[in-house]
Design a protein around this ligand. Structure first.
Ligand SMILES: Cc1cc2nc3c(=O)[nH]c(=O)nc-3n(C[C@H](O)[C@H](O)[C@H](O)COP(=O)(O)O)c2cc1C
Length: 489
């Protein structure tokens, strides 16, 4: 069962030995982030810091989603793909033709309605409200992760905006830098939904924004999910949780989860922008300070009693965001397969920095299909940011790097199977890009080739032993040497 708020989830983590509580007084400046990094590098548990230096009354939680098992626990799912199937499963079913089939299918064909958000007037974060000049963002235990970071950051807060034309909500995990006691700089990248809403609202008074800390784990994770632009992200969060999120509508009109720990309510002005950074990011390098990010003016801070702040850290992998990326991979597999149906399996390797490397296997039925898939992935959603894409045949498991190396080494002809894009749309933070957001891309088509792709020559037949001889010799070797025969990739 998915949890309704952070505290319920923390209890579940504690009961399942997935949480440690730290009583030592540690600072959110370098100390807590480095403690979390050390835990993440050991694939350790979630952490609750009960004494935060310089921030009496606050607690800090981190590494909440630092393994796939923890993310499954948070969402009450055995297989994360299930969440994706909840959204697109009906598109893969034969439609009912007869009346009896139709009656039987009613429950299957509907279903989205149970994931819809519902409004409530009750909210845990109404315990404490600080307004106007009393707002001081420096009183929150925002992190400074790396010595060279340009300020104090909210590293795992969800920024909620509403599209001015459609009214659908966006929820994004974007880092937020404290600029002054009542101002945050929002680092939404150029293609992200928060920025798109901001562009649509330009010319108006200012766009209402809420920054949320804590809340339903499904809501928190949805902030990092690349949900296609028109779809309401609360509806997506509901599909992730298997039930709708309860939302409270703030006075500025932005819906926020009623179970949130802290909510910052305010506006982003259409005119004001600011410099941001430097910040040590998930590629393992400092981002250079960049201009042009919008400024949120915080008018009101809402908090639960003894609020729990949530933070994460990014840097060279594998840290918590690598596992969140893996969850994105699993949840979106059914959705990617609906858009590009020849795709069988997908791997964003943990050390590939999510936007760095993607390996996909395909069921190849026509010549040129490997390159077609690379181009399709570079053309949709956030896979368009991926720098290197490797495509293999369906008998190769993209998660088995040895198998992938065999396919790349034996099937790729560098004169024929390498796609290089120059000056393409790429991750804004990619340290190798020529200018932020514009860089090179590499596609490797490591599939076996049809005659038409191979100078009209048949692809060589792969060596295979006579199955009876293979089985008999395998058993004999196991008898004489013991153990299982391994080594074949
Ligand atoms: C820990 C963490 C930090 C992130 N920081 C940023 C960021 O600063 N800016 C950004 O645009 N995306 C950032 N992302 C990625 C976005 O959360 C992700 O692209 C998500 O799809 C954004 O939501 P949107 O597609 O609705 O805009 C971060 C993700 C994680 C897990």
């Amino acid at each position: 069962m998915a949890y309704r708020n952070l505290r319920e989830y923390l209890n579940a983590l504690e009961k399942s030995d997935n949480l440690i509580q730290v009583e030592e007084k540690l600072s959110p400046v370098l100390e807590i982030p480095e403690f979390l990094r050390q835990v993440m590098l050991r694939k350790g548990p979630a952490v609750l810091f009960n004494n935060v230096k310089g921030h009496p009354g606050w607690r800090v939680a981190g590494n909440l989603f630092g393994s796939l098992d923890r993310i499954k626990l948070a969402l009450g799912l055995e297989r994360l793909e299930e969440a994706g199937w909840r959204l697109v499963g009906n598109l893969w079913r034969k439609p009912p033709y007869t009346l009896t089939e139709k009656i039987k299918a009613v429950k299957l064909l509907t279903g989205l309605e149970s994931y819809l958000p519902s409004e409530t007037g009750v909210a845990a974060f109404k315990d404490i409200v600080v307004e106007g000049r009393d707002v001081n963002l420096y009183s929150l235990p925002a992190f400074k992760t790396w010595p060279g970071d340009g300020g104090r950051y909210f590293t795992f807060a969800q920024t909620v905006t509403v599209n001015p034309s459609t009214g659908s909500a966006s929820i994004g995990v974007y880092r937020l830098m404290i600029k002054s006691p009542r101002e945050l700089v929002i680092h939404w990248q150029m293609h992200k939904r928060g920025r798109l809403n901001y562009l649509e609202s330009s010319g108006r008074e200012g766009m209402p924004v809420a920054v949320v800390i804590g809340g339903d784990p499904a809501f928190m994770l949805t902030g990092a999910m690349p949900v296609p632009h028109p779809m309401d992200k609360y509806l997506f969060a509901g599909a992730l949780a298997g039930r709708g999120v309860r939302v409270y509508i703030l006075p500025n009109g932005v819906p926020v989860p009623s179970g949130a720990e802290v909510v910052l309510e305010g506006y982003v002005s259409p005119e004001r922008t600011s410099g941001e950074g430097p910040f040590g990011d998930h590629w393992g390098y400092y981002d250079k300070p960049t201009h042009g990010f919008p400024v949120m003016e915080v008018e009101r801070v809402w908090m639960r009693e003894s609020p729990i702040f949530v933070g994460t850290i990014v840097g060279r992998p594998p840290l918590e965001d690598a596992w969140i990326g893996k969850a994105v991979e699993r949840v979106f597999l059914p959705i990617i397969r609906t858009v590009i149906p020849e795709i069988v399996e997908v791997n964003f390797p943990v050390y590939g920095v999510f936007q760095g490397l993607m390996i996909v296997s395909v069921r190849k039925t026509f010549p040129g299909q490997g390159k077609k898939v690379i181009n399709a992935l570079w053309g949709v959603g956030q896979t368009s940011l991926t720098k290197i894409i490797v495509v293999v045949d369906e008998d190769i498991d993209p998660h088995n790097i040895d198998q992938v190396i065999w396919a790349v080494s034996s099937n790729v002809n560098p004169q024929r199977d390498v796609l290089v894009l120059r000056d393409a749309h790429t991750d804004h933070l990619d340290p190798s890009a020529r200018v932020p957001g514009i860089g090179g891309k590499l596609g490797l088509d490591a599939t076996r080739k049809f005659r038409e792709e191979n100078d009209c020559r048949d692809w060589p037949e792969e060596v295979r032993q006579d199955p009876l001889v293979e089985e008999a010799m395998k058993r004999l070797v196991e008898k004489l040497l013991g153990g299982e025969v391994s080594g074949r990739v």
